[in-house]
Design a protein. Structure first.
Length: 363
């Protein structure tokens, strides 16, 4: 049996053990001097790295174009069925649906019948009652009549005056006028038709301005206020602008939503009553920065934010998304003035030196 290979293997194993696991002791035995290793911090390692070239956007905070969207419909500003206050036969020619009428314009005229004679009779009885009252007052003053008789004559005079006023009112009610300017939504009553008290002469609709009616949830209604800007996109693609004019104080008992109304101009009367509308109501008092969506990044903790330039190094700032638009994304959480890295943000970490090129200079 040969011991030389075994001895050689044992010596190699011992030397390897001393070189790897007992290196310091081996060097000390050999008389070599060793220096303690210098530990570098993460910040020192980052700062010692060469700067990274980045493209930076100088951003200023702006009012955010943010709002809520509601499904709703258009509604006439005013809509009324004009009804007769007395009965009678229509003696005026009819006006056709779609006719523009002004406030106070005659819509229907009724046949007076015997009402003029009734008025003449009432005026005659009033004259008689006036004369009787004058005579009674003179007799009472001279002591030839009692005060009870005088009071009776005064009552008869006042009753006669009431009859005259009632007869005049009956004659005035024979003409039915438009209560406001608008469009006739129906024909007026046909010539020769008999209108009873409460019968409809015509339906008048006012479409300029016109209302947009929607319903907001309890959370949405807390974020809007009367007088704020609003608009809508109609079913045909038409876009209109106006103001929020009404927010209900009482919720619908079934849906727990609140009625809101937006008033918009409708000069050409092209917007019809009852059309479907997508209502947009803007929010006030919020500012943010409009940045390219590609500028957003995540840090090691998974927080959404952007890299900004602080001095000559990059820093991470957490942001919140306020709104999105075709031009980019609106974010909050940045100072009023910010230098945001929009190209190269994925290659830097907080504290990394950067070489800045501003976007306006890059072109």
């Amino acid at each position: 049996m040969r011991f030389t290979p075994l001895l050689t293997a044992a010596l190699v194993c011992a030397f390897t053990y001393m070189l790897i696991l007992e290196r310091d002791a081996l060097l000390a035995f050999a008389g070599a001097e060793t220096e303690p290793p210098v530990e570098e911090t993460a910040d020192q390692r980052i700062e010692d790295k060469p700067p990274v070239s980045v493209l930076v956007l100088k951003s200023e905070s702006q009012p955010v174009a943010r709002g809520i969207v509601l499904r709703g419909q258009t509604a006439a500003f005013r809509l009324l069925d004009v009804k007769a206050e007395t009965s009678g036969q229509v003696i005026s020619p009819p006006l056709r649906a779609g006719t523009l009428v002004g406030e106070g314009e005659l819509l229907c005229k009724l046949d007076p019948g015997t009402r003029e004679a009734t008025l003449a009779e009432a005026e005659a009885r009033l004259a008689e009652a006036q004369a009787n009252n004058n005579v009674s007052a003179s007799l009472v003053q001279k002591g030839y009549a009692s005060e009870t008789t005088a009071i009776s004559r005064v009552a008869a005079l006042q009753a006669a005056q009431a009859v005259v006023e009632r007869a005049k009112k009956e004659l005035e009610q024979l003409e039915i006028h438009a209560p406001f300017s608008g469009l006739l939504e129906s024909d007026t009553a046909e010539f020769g038709a008999l209108l009873q008290t409460g019968g409809t002469c015509a339906r008048v609709i006012a479409l300029n301005p016109i209302k947009l009616v929607g319903y907001a949830t309890e959370q949405q209604v807390q974020r809007i206020s009367v007088g704020g800007p609003a608009g809508a996109r109609l079913i045909g693609g038409q876009e209109v602008q106006g103001k929020l004019t009404f927010i209900s104080r009482s919720a619908d008992p079934l849906t727990r939503t609140f009625r809101v109304e937006v008033t918009v101009p409708n000069e050409d009367l092209s917007i019809r009553d009852g059309s479907t509308a997508e209502i947009y109501i803007a929010l006030h008092g919020e500012t943010g920065h409009l940045l390219p969506q590609s500028a957003l990044t995540l840090n090691d903790q998974g927080q959404l934010g952007v890299r900004i330039v602080d001095g000559e190094t990059a820093e991470f700032t957490q942001v919140t998304i306020l709104n999105e638009s075709p031009d980019g994304v609106w974010v909050g959480g940045l100072p009023e003035h910010a230098e945001v890295i929009i190209v190269g943000q994925e290659y830097v970490v907080s504290g990394r030196p950067v070489t800045v090129t501003y976007q306006k200079d890059a072109s």
